[in-house]
Design a protein around this ligand. Structure first.
Ligand code: ZN
Length: 485
């Protein structure tokens, strides 16, 4: 048995290279899929001629640098990656062709087949099961993707961005080419191939651009999409009004199928959901179901700015996108329905799930500083407590200053992978609270308890309010500091 290994935030090092562009071609065959990946690579550290690309379970078929086959002495390959040893100091192009076996992929990460549908799940580290890559969120790349498959069985071929070309390949196969002009990390890459129904509509943005909206579903589910579509349009409008955030591609695609194993994933321009979270018809769904759909559709949509355009530098910063996006979807639901009822619902959820987690042995800070398995950190603490911490800032600052701070965040960090501290810095520039002290909410764990007592002295007409904060020790028994009062 291998000892579980901790990853520490303090060990973070920026990458030695940057993959600026990535051209992918997926040739989907019954048994396997051939993935051709052509990457433009820029050395950030000119002294460093070696580059480690992540890769898991990949069958290497060909490896070239600037069009010339790389000899076996110039790379090392093992079950976690590919190390290129003698890269040129100048920008270069690495072309790597691999075979993957989506039908045998039971990890449900990377590209897999479920039912008759090919789909991907790459957050947090699934892309390394698709191709060799710098599979870390601080490497942001422009992706162009061509998907080739049998025309009859896979009439729908989707990826991120805008569709730029399509056509035939021989008699029975066809291709669709997608280009995403916005840089993104590999965890936001997505691909779907299948025979799906589609429910379409459109949205005109505040600068009068028309965006095509499509919800792709399993055959026979088309009539169950209208509420999700209505919710999407409401979310697009709300983000323009409340945050000045306009949608940026020509098309917004949603895939909602029974076979997607995760709940929902915000891949750029191609959200993928389990159908359970999206589809409803008035005969069977309850009010709760409809509100749930409205909230999850909005959540994934809001990620386009808080998560995709500005993403996390590393996975310790997960709350940067999740805490903020939960806060945004809670405010959206409050505006769409009753703010009071929404707040009660959110607090109940926090008490039931997050307080329980925070009181138990797996309690951790909103921003953890070490993990063994990042997949286990998609928690109520990172999401819900992360949202509450932002709500506190919203309360301290008031809506106008908060909005100005958010505007500053988008201006300063668009197209970048940043830290939670960068968000707080941008948000609170003109706010007079002690930010260093406030940041304890991100680094300490457990739920503080506040005792309130009062006294009224009728003779002197003096009212006194006593507040006592009890700060529990950390899971490891360490003393923790009091919070901003
Ligand atoms: Zn999310």
């Amino acid at each position: 048995m291998r000892e579980p290994k901790n990853t520490y935030l303090s060990d973070y090092r920026p990458p030695s290279h940057h993959i600026t562009h990535c051209e992918l071609v997926f040739d989907i065959f019954d048994e396997k899929t051939i993935v051709s990946n052509t990457m433009k690579i820029l050395a950030l550290d000119k002294e460093n001629r070696s580059l480690l690309l992540n890769g898991k379970g990949l069958e290497l078929l060909s490896l070239k640098c600037n069009g010339i086959e790389i000899d076996t002495e110039s790379y090392l390959q093992n079950d976690t990656g590919l190390k290129l040893l003698n890269l040129p100091a100048d920008p270069c192009t690495i072309s790597v062709v691999t075979a993957i076996y989506p039908k045998q992929n039971t990890n449900l990460e990377g590209l897999y087949v479920s039912g008759d549908i090919y789909c991907t799940q790459n957050e947090p580290e699934g892309f390394r099961r698709i191709s060799y890559f710098l599979d870390r969120p601080d490497n942001m790349t422009v992706f162009t993707t061509t998907v080739i498959a049998d025309r009859e069985r896979f009439p729908i071929l989707l990826s991120n961005g805008n569709m730029i070309e399509k056509g035939s390949v021989g008699d029975a196969r066809h291709f669709v080419k997608w280009h995403d002009p916005f840089v993104k990390p590999s965890y936001l890459f997505a691909l779907v191939a299948g025979d799906l129904d589609v429910f379409s509509d459109s949205f005109v943005t505040s600068s009068r651009r028309s965006v095509d909206l499509n919800i792709y579903v399993d055959k026979g589910n088309r009539h169950r999409c209208s509420y999700a579509m209505r919710s999407l349009k409401a979310a697009m409008k709300w983000d323009e009004k409340e945050y000045g955030r306009e949608y940026d591609l020509d098309v917004y695609n949603i895939v909602a199928v029974d076979s997607f194993n995760m709940g929902a994933m915000e891949n750029k321009g191609l959200n993928i959901f389990n159908s359970h979270y999206v589809l409803a018809d008035e005969e069977h769904a309850t009010d709760q179901d409809f509100m749930g759909i409205e909230s999850v559709i909005a959540h994934e949509y809001f990620h386009n700015w808080t998560g995709n355009r500005i993403t996390c530098r590393d996975w310790f910063q997960l709350t940067l996108k999740e805490g903020l996006t939960v806060f945004r979807d809670q405010c959206f639901s409050a505006d769409m329905n009753s703010p009071v009822v929404q707040r009660i619902k959110d607090v109940k959820m926090l008490q039931q799930r997050q307080f329980a987690e925070d009181a138990g042995p797996t309690a951790h800070p909103v921003k953890p500083d070490h993990y063994i398995e990042i997949n286990n950190f998609y928690t109520a603490t990172v999401y819900e407590k992360g949202a509450e911490v932002i709500r506190m800032l919203h309360t301290f600052m008031g809506p106008e200053k908060f909005r100005r701070g958010m505007d500053r965040y988008f201006i300063l960090f668009d197209g970048q992978a940043v830290r939670t501290e960068d968000f707080i810095f941008a948000l609170t520039q003109d706010c007079r609270i002690d930010i260093e002290q406030f940041k304890l909410w991100y680094t300490q764990e457990r739920t503080p308890v506040l005792y309130v007592d009062e006294k009224y002295d009728a003779e002197n007409r003096e009212y006194t309010l006593y507040l006592t904060q009890i700060i529990p020790k950390s899971v490891e028994g360490k003393e923790q500091k009091p919070y901003l009062a």
